[in-house]
Design a protein around this ligand. Sequence first.
Ligand code: TYC
Length: 113
Amino acid sequence: MLHQPLIMSGKNDDDSDATIAIDTKPKTKRPPLYKVLLLNDDYTPMEFVVHVLERFFGMTHAQAFEIMLTVHKKGLAVVGVFSHEIAETKVGQVMDFARRHQHPLQCTMEKEE
Ligand code: TYC
């Protein structure tokens, strides 16, 4: 957005000139986004991971299966990008659900960029 600094000029106590430019740029900073990451392990059943991705991340079975395989092969994958509050909720839901089913599945979040 175009903007110009507000220029304020005047005299100092000693009669010398004083000029300051005040930045008037509108501050429209977006809140940071957070990647939610799913980590591979050797014990959590593949079908359980697929179910987690369908249930908490709104994926179709085919999408969920593909992401699960990516995590299985590469060690981890980003499963979504959210505001801090939503990311925290997703991580909590996954960790809770995995613990209740006694699977060691790990889910974490990381600030984007
Ligand atoms: N590696 C697991 C297995 O072979 C499957 C798995 C995939 C586990 C993704 C965790 O985030 C995960 N049963």
